[in-house]
Design a protein around this ligand. Structure first.
Ligand code: SOE
Length: 377
């Protein structure tokens, strides 16, 4: 029998929309034994909250997240607010016995994330962090191919996440739309916001990072605060470039920036191994590029795999071969895996504990960016 799972959403921004879309449509495509219901949404700005709730069909609203957590008809709390609020809400939700799903990064630092991990583990509640790019079918296929040994020994892991939306000095920091530029709200700049995605995928596919050295830069040193208009020092990293060694002996190079003119969300990755290479580009997200050195020399070359067949990850649940899917589907897949995890009693990854590792690596990058030294993670 299908069980109802009542969702309590905290926030109403871009991520709350991406998550709500996933909760709303997952049971149309995936038979997990659960049917999520958009029960209530919470935020302080009542008019924006009501508009969001109406658009997505939330049954009710709360202007205080604490009231949402206290409600007995809520099963899972989904946290879609700036990073500085993740810990307090997640810990309170876990104490109240709710399942907790948290937008990435788990916290601003590892130290802030650890009590969140301890709270969900102590309470024994299901938990997950929304590193959605793992659930792009092409990325999942890469993971499966690496696990199946298609690349053999891995030598290199290379990833970038490039944007260009903060180049103008007129972009403010703080406030609802630009909290990602405010170090108090975000914890860090591109390292926690963009590179964290690359790191999560890398650690998941290629294992833990052992040591690293990083270069970070803040190109624009002062910005106006969006709420007060006061010109303040910028505390975030605008760009980070990182060299890593993985525990499996491979080398990693990572880059993230909001100053790569022309790039909006250019997440790319490439893995080079003894037997072949694989690469992926978010702007062409249904394709995997594969070089198989095992193919006879005369016809050997990069193969372009269109990941839309029924036997590709998740695709059997969507349309028919050749029909592509998009960014939003990665969230639906993440919800589906969360619900399968509830059904099977196996936590869906990344759990809070898994995601803490990414926070640890981000901390090491920011420390190395300041000191210039190699850091052991
Ligand atoms: C930043 O612009 C951002 O929205 C990130 O916060 C998301 O995590 C990333 O997926 C897209 O870019």
């Amino acid at each position: 029998m299908t069980k109802q799972l009542n969702i309590g959403m905290v926030g109403y921004g871009f991520m709350a929309r991406a998550h709500s879309n996933a909760w709303a449509n997952v049971s149309h495509f995936f038979e997990t034994g659960y049917k999520p219901v958009l029960k209530a949404a919470a935020a302080r700005n009542v008019s924006k909250l009501r508009h969001f709730a109406d658009m997505w069909g939330y049954e009710s609203v709360e202007t205080d997240w604490k009231a949402l957590i206290e409600r007995r008809d809520i099963d899972a709390i989904d946290i879609c607010v700036p990073n500085d609020m993740h810990a307090e809400i997640a810990i309170a939700a876990a104490k109240a016995g709710k399942m907790v799903l948290c937008e990435k990064p788990l916290a601003r630092t590892e130290a802030e994330g650890l009590p969140m991990v301890e709270a969900v583990e102590k309470a024994g509640v299901a938990n997950m962090v929304w590193y959605n790019y793992r659930r792009v079918p092409a990325v999942m296929l890469i993971k499966q191919m690496v696990e199946a040994g298609k690349l053999g020994k891995i030598f290199h892991y290379r990833a970038k996440f490039l944007q260009d939306w903060t180049i103008s000095p007129d972009v403010p920091q703080g406030g609802a739309a630009t909290w990602r530029l405010d170090v108090d709200a975000a914890g860090s700049g591109v390292t926690g916001d963009l590179l964290a995605h690359c790191l999560d995928t890398a650690i998941w596919i290629n294992g833990s990072i052992s040591t690293l050295t990083a270069m970070t830069e803040t190109f624009i040193k002062e910005r106006k605060h969006a709420l007060t208009g006061e010109v303040q020092k910028v505390g975030i990293d605008d760009a980070s470039a990182v060299l890593t060694r993985f525990q499996n002996g491979s080398l990693g190079t990572f880059e993230s920036t909001r100053y790569a003119r022309g790039h909006k969300a250019a997440y790319t990755l490439e893995i080079n191994g003894e037997k072949g290479s694989l690469s992926w580009d978010l702007h062409d997200l249904n394709r995997v590029q594969y070089f198989n050195h095992g193919v006879e020399g005369a016809v050997r070359g990069w193969t372009n795999i269109l990941v839309t067949d029924g036997d590709h990850p998740y695709l059997g649940k969507w349309w028919v071969p050749g029909l592509i899917i998009g960014y939003e589907h990665s969230f639906t897949h993440q919800v589906a895996d969360f619900l399968y995890g509830l059904r099977d009693g196996k936590p869906a990854a990344p759990t809070f504990r898994d995601a803490l590792e990414t926070n640890r690596v981000c901390d090491a990058i920011l420390a190395s960016g300041k000191s210039g030294a190699w850091v052991t993670v």
